[in-house]
Design a protein around this ligand. Structure first.
Ligand code: APR
Length: 242
């Protein structure tokens, strides 16, 4: 399985919930997925934050405990070691859809958190000057309010119906423009724009790899290669960091 990574100069990796499954965190779809409960899925939408913020906190506040208890697994560590061993002329970007912060904990440095980070809380009021702050509170007892403006405090993540952070998106688009290797790990490829990054990579001429427990059905035409198996086992071997 020796894959020659030395021939690639612009490597982009996209990860999803599947890479954190071995750290004990639930995925959103598939067996036992968080979104299996439609009620809960409704809490993932920004309209719920506006109308009934206690429901938003009921879902994401409850996620904070397992996220705080989770530790990086061999898949996270393999990506961090792979990045550390790259040659200076090799660019690398790890784009994660995950909000658990485990890639950074594993030592990955060039990380874009496309959907934010659950370990941070911010004010939901436009124009409020409160800085987002590290926070592991679950707020099960009630909706937290901003000490500066009294507005509703919210988890610092992207909810359904919201735009992605512009800075993150432009960083991603720049990296995809001239990437020559694109690897998607543990993502169902169901949420845009992340699900279409592979098309941009293929358009740039990249070799595109889909690494997942399950085969992609339907297979996205932009993927050239499919590696099937658990990321926590496959990545250390395939990246040569085992
Ligand atoms: N190794 C590799 N892949 C795995 C593993 C594993 N050990 N376990 C599960 N998977 C795969 C599943 O087969 C599935 O394709 O991980 C994927 C998880 O898919 P989702 O739960 O849909 O997670 P993700 O793709 O990250 O969702 C994208 O949707 O709900 C929103 O904002 C949320 O960031 C999330 C986005």
């Amino acid at each position: 399985m020796a894959f020659d990574f030395t021939r690639y100069r612009r490597i982009v990796v996209l990860t999803g919930a599947g890479i954190s499954a071995a750290s004990g965190l639930r995925t959103f779809r598939g067996p036992g997925g968080i979104w299996d409960d439609a009620q809960v899925a409704e809490c993932g939408h920004v309209a719920t934050l506006w109308a009934r913020p206690q429901r938003t906190w009921a879902l994401f506040g409850a996620m904070r405990e397992p996220v705080a208890a989770a530790r990086p697994n061999a898949g996270h560590r393999a990506l961090a070691q792979f990045e550390a061993r790259l040659q200076p002329e090799q660019d690398f970007l790890l784009i994660t859809q995950n909000i658990d912060g485990l890639h950074q904990q594993a030592g990955s440095r060039r990380v874009v958190e496309l959907h934010g980070n659950l370990r941070t809380t911010r004010c939901s009021e436009e124009g409020c000057t409160l800085e987002p702050f590290a926070d592991d509170a679950s707020y099960a007892a009630g909706v937290p309010r901003c000490r500066l403006c009294g507005g509703v405090l919210r988890p610092d993540i992207v909810l359904f119906g919201e735009m992605l952070p512009m800075q993150a998106l432009s960083h991603v688009q720049q990296a995809l423009q001239d990437c020559d290797l694109f690897i998607a790990v543990g993502t169902s490829g169901t949420v845009t724009p992340a699900a279409e990054f592979v098309r941009a990579a293929r358009y740039a001429g990249a070799h595109t790899v889909y690494l997942n427990l399950e085969p992609m059905r339907p297979r996205h035409p932009a993927f050239a290669e499919e590696l099937l198996g658990p990321a926590e086992e496959l990545l250390p071997r395939w990246l040569g960091t085992a």
